[in-house]
Design a protein around this ligand. Structure first.
Ligand SMILES: C[S@@+](CC[C@H](N)C(=O)[O-])C[C@H]1O[C@@H](n2cnc3c(N)ncnc32)[C@H](O)[C@@H]1O
Length: 287
């Protein structure tokens, strides 16, 4: 049964209509976005989540939008149950209720959902990019968060990855995740602002991953300075549906203005973020 079905008889018809259609589960934490109209029913809703998702042990509610440069939501804990983390080495076992370990594509990511950005919904994108990576590649992963886009290719192939992230908390988890996933010989985490770190990096990269749709596009020209002939750039951005068709041409023009001739390999929706608004993935190849 779904959460709506479980709550029939506990919430009235008007309240049932206000229930969010879906919620995200990261590790054993369910992250709800309960609307104001259901403010007084939060605990009842949290209990219903436990009833429908047996793997969930903590239910949190997002308060307000994902904000700021770090893209971290404020959350309140609604309910929790005792947790165990089977198979996770003792040193990585979460302590705070907002911490968890998320299993994805054979990798494990430790996260505090109140301190660093992570979305389980991007697992398909991470798989898609990692499947394109070839052994021997030198990869630059910008806006790396707790490391999922950097760690997955390193688990699959013999590569060298530099992962740059500005949020100190996210970097702390990324370092743990690098160790937990046994890729310390392949992935180097650098804490800092992409704008300051990039000019100091030596050499060019075969692949540049830019998974920060809110602001990655502002750094396109800087990323181009680390690209060479054949480099693939994976750029994420937000766009309203009517702009997606022309996005590739606009990006091509920007690259041309920065003296880089490029081919746009792919422009695709990578998730709906609101009515007629999408996260869009753009794949750029330097010619
Ligand atoms: C939407 S999150 C994506 C995190 C990660 N790529 C993922 O998918 O889980 C964007 C990340 O970019 C980081 N960020 C934003 N501006 C940055 C900058 N100028 N330099 C380095 N990191 C930055 C934020 O702290 C945040 O962790």
């Amino acid at each position: 049964m779904d959460i709506k079905g479980t709550l029939k008889g506990k919430l009235n018809a008007e309240e049932l209509k206000c229930l969010p259609r879906a919620f995200e589960v990261v590790g054993n934490i369910a992250i709800l976005e309960i609307p104001e109209e259901l403010e007084g029913r939060k605990e009842t809703i949290a209990e219903a989540v436990f009833a429908v998702q047996k793997n969930v042990k903590v239910v949190v509610n997002k308060i307000g939008e994902v904000e700021g440069v770090f893209r971290v939501p404020k959350v309140e804990i609604l309910a929790s149950k005792p947790r165990s983390f089977e198979g996770i080495p003792k040193k990585f076992i979460p302590k705070a209720l907002t911490e968890t370990v998320h299993h994805e594509s054979g990798a494990r990511y430790k996260i505090d959902v109140s301190k660093a950005y992570f979305s389980a919904r991007l697992s398909g994108e991470r798989e898609r990019i990692a499947s394109q990576v070839k052994s021997g590649e030198k990869i630059l992963c910008l806006f790396a968060g707790v490391g999922p886009f950097a760690i997955l290719p390193a688990r699959k192939k013999k590569v060298k990855v530099i992962a740059v992230e500005i949020n100190q908390d996210a970097v702390k988890y990324m370092l743990e995740n690098i160790e937990m996933n046994k890729v310390a010989d392949k992935v180097q985490a650098i804490e800092g602002d992409v704008a300051q770190v990039l000019p100091g990096l030596k050499g060019k990269f075969d692949r540049i991953i830019m998974p920060a749709p809110k602001n990655a596009a502002d750094f396109l020209e800087l990323a181009l300075s680390k690209a060479k002939k054949g480099t693939i750039i994976h750029l994420y951005t937000f766009a309203p549906v009517e702009e997606i068709k022309t996005l590739g041409e606009k990006i091509k023009a920007r690259c041309f203005a920065a003296k880089k001739k490029v081919e746009i390999l792919d422009v695709r929706k990578a998730g709906e973020i609101g009515p007629y608004n999408y996260r869009v993935s753009v794949e750029i190849k330097i010619e």
